[in-house]
Design a protein around this ligand. Structure first.
Ligand SMILES: [Zn+2]
Length: 224
């Protein structure tokens, strides 16, 4: 469902999903990557079904504080779709060539620091939710995001840079391909380095957005 947006907007071919119902323990990651994970070596997305189910009760309570009263099934579906979106966004960053715009060398991803990878992944997911304007999914995203480690929250700094350049939140998905291209071009050791890179390469990013990256959203605009 949500992962389909990555195909429609960016030409990402969804990688296979593996469902695990047994113990699926990952101790060192943020909430999204405990409920699922992406395996770059095999290019597969894994969903930890029992972990997702185990999160529902507490999430429902937190959502009530956001003014959202979902039943168990609705909460499960929203959470599961958002985990899928997060993990497929990792895969998008790793393998999507955006119709030849930024053909990746698959090896590059092993050197991508989590301090850049996680905020960029969250930014991709958030920009999709802004684009489709689904307020329920957005509230669930915010509730889960609030539980993730603080360095995941640096996605908001990418959003803020784009806002400062006059890009509306609902249009920020258009900047995903040039941002990912920049992430692939150099080895950024920290998020702050990447953020400085975005500012320093802004003219280049802007040119990529305005002149070079067109195929999918020309197709998208025609469909709309
Ligand atoms: Zn992640």
């Amino acid at each position: 469902m949500l992962a389909f947006e990555l195909y429609e907007l960016f030409g990402y071919v969804p990688r296979p999903e593996l469902l695990r119902c047994d113990e699926c323990e990952k101790k060192d990651e943020g909430i999204w990557d405990v409920l699922g994970y992406y395996v770059p070596r095999m290019e597969i997305v894994v969903l930890c079904e029992s972990k997702i189910e185990g999160e529902i009760g507490e999430l429902r309570e937190r959502l009530k504080k956001f003014g959202l009263d979902l039943n168990e099934r609705e909460t499960w579906l929203a959470l599961r779709e958002l985990v899928r979106l997060h993990e497929h966004s990792h895969a998008l960053i790793h393998v999507c060539d955006f119709y030849g715009f930024s053909a990746p060398n698959r090896e590059w991803y092993v050197n991508l620091s989590p301090s850049v990878n996680e905020p960029l992944t969250e930014f991709v997911a958030w920009s999709i939710l802004q684009h489709i304007k689904d307020m329920v999914l957005m509230r669930v995203f915010e509730a889960v995001d609030a539980k993730s480690p603080t360095f995941y929250h640096n996605w908001k700094e990418i959003k803020d840079i784009l806002v400062s350049k006059g890009v509306k939140e609902s249009d920020q998905f258009e900047w995903v391909p040039p941002m990912i291209k920049l992430a692939r071009e150099e080895e950024w050791r920290t998020f702050q380095e990447f953020k400085r890179g975005v500012e320093e390469h802004w003219d280049e990013i802007s040119k990529m957005h305005n002149e070079e990256w067109t195929p999918t959203w020309v197709a998208w605009k025609v469909r709309k």
